[in-house]
Design a protein around this ligand. Sequence first.
Ligand SMILES: Nc1nc2c(ncn2[C@@H]2O[C@H](COP(=O)(O)OP(=O)(O)O)[C@@H](O)[C@H]2O)c(=O)[nH]1
Ligand SMILES: [Mg+2]
Length: 244
Amino acid sequence: MVNFWKLVDSVIAEADIILMVVDARVIEQTRNDEIEKKVAASGKTLITVINKCDLVEKDVLEKYKKRLYPCVFVSAQKFYGMTLLRQMILKQSKGRAVTVGVVGYPNTGKSSVINALKGKSSAGVSSVSGYTVGKQNIKIDNKIRVIDTPGVLSVSDDKASSKLMITASRTDSKNPDLVAYELLKSHRASLMEYYGVEDQGEDEEELLELIARKLNRFRSGGVPDTETTAKMILQDWQKGKILL
Ligand SMILES: Nc1nc2c(ncn2[C@@H]2O[C@H](COP(=O)(O)OP(=O)(O)O)[C@@H](O)[C@H]2O)c(=O)[nH]1
Ligand SMILES: [Mg+2]
């Protein structure tokens, strides 16, 4: 596996401006202190790109405006906010050609943001976490060149407490139920609504079983198949089906 921090360091060194792409549904979980500190220490500009805005209500975002300044709300999928992002990049570049480094956790939409900036697909996109492999240089136009990075992090599947697992976990990972518990803890109401399950104060384990029943997922002997269900929840989450 690529050493993530080595990669981040090299991107920061090479780039004039850094875009940190975060997921609007889990902003706190997908921003990264250490990247923020490293960029600050380098003296370069960090723009926080809050992506997947199409999946959240606008008022959820307003409170981040000042805290994460400079930041921009975008939806790479709906091409929302791209003109503004472009303007912010060009403003920082003061007319010179710039290299923009794009960093962030897997699945936050780094490659999608790059494609949206370019206006056509150059960077590979997939809802499967860890799709982009290796550093990739992409020319947006004569003024802007970007470096796409794989958001590989040393997220071990055993560390269920890791907040990142929600976005970063592969849906075919070993303990999908642990990740599903995290998601049920942080976004309970949205998940209940999406799967049409009535909330009666169950704990996360019971909830997962309820959803399995609702989805008609059973193992032999009529036991709710929580593993398959957890994988489905993760997939639905990563595909952006669950709205906040
Ligand atoms: N709903 C929604 N989904 C998005 C958006 N941007 C990216 N995605 C999806 O998020 C997944 C990961 O995107 P990708 O660009 O490969 O993320 P990366 O791993 O950070 O490069 C893909 O399924 C994209 O279609 C967005 O603005 N809105
Ligand atoms: Mg990518």
